[in-house]
Design a protein around this ligand. Structure first.
Ligand code: ZN
Length: 229
């Protein structure tokens, strides 16, 4: 290992790309992690100088590869740079899983860089804090703007929460700290993400991915600055 590569969380300049077998789930299922941990010298953020043990990953002959670490999912711009950089290094014929991609716009940037799967705590965390992901951007239920808003949380959503409640009702439930509020918001945010992933899949099959991406980029532009895992 090169001396410019340091252990994560030590706070020293450098980067760390260990290949880790992080666990065994079920019978013989192993996740290989291209662990893109950043302890970066941000004065020299040149990805070309980083190290990556892609040969080691390919050599493991595992059914898929996961990409994660402190750079992936936390900073959208850096996530895109990392995914761009490793796109041609990972085995082409294996599914790719990116950890910590939960911001809706990041779905597009991950998918267009070859990522097949991703997950994040973001949708459920936001829900517990009264923020809904919607087709027109984040909706913060505690805002007084929704006190008398009887529209569904997201008119385009087909989840039970949007079918049976209104923004004002959900806001009242959150203000009362009713447990039902957290459940209803979580149901919506998870369904929103699943539906968006489905739309992305359909657009790929139809050859309209770029158009869909542009549409949602316009819709969610204001959310992007808040993106986090
Ligand atoms: Zn909904």
């Amino acid at each position: 290992m090169n001396d410019r590569v340091v252990r994560p969380h030590w706070g020293r300049p450098g980067v760390h790309f260990p290949i880790e077998v992080v666990g065994r789930i079920g019978v013989g299922r192993v996740t290989a992690v291209a662990h893109v941990v950043v302890a970066i010298d941000f004065n020299q953020p040149d990805l070309a100088q980083f190290f990556f043990f892609d040969e080691a990953i390919a050599g493991l002959d595992l059914p898929g590869v996961a990409v994660g670490g402190e750079s992936v999912g936390y900073d959208p711009t850096l996530t895109e740079s990392v995914l761009d950089w490793i796109a041609d290094l990972l085995p082409f014929d294996r599914p790719r899983y990116a950890m910590g991609v939960g911001d809706p716009l990041s779905f597009f940037t991950a998918v267009e860089r070859g990522i097949d799967m991703f997950d994040s705590v973001l949708p459920t965390r936001l829900a517990r804090n009264g923020t809904l992901l919607t087709s027109r951007g984040r909706l913060r239920l505690m805002s007084s703007a929704y006190a008398d808003d009887d529209r569904p949380p997201d008119a385009e959503c087909d989840c039970p929460t949007c079918a049976m409640t209104s923004r004002s009702l959900l806001r009242a439930l959150f203000r009362a700290r009713a447990l039902l509020a957290y459940r209803l918001a979580t149901i919506h945010n998870v369904r929103f993400c699943l539906r968006l992933a489905h739309l992305i899949r359909e657009s790929i099959l139809a050859g309209t991915f770029s158009a869909l991406h542009n549409t949602w980029a316009d819709r969610l532009r204001e959310d992007r600055a808040e993106a986090s895992p």
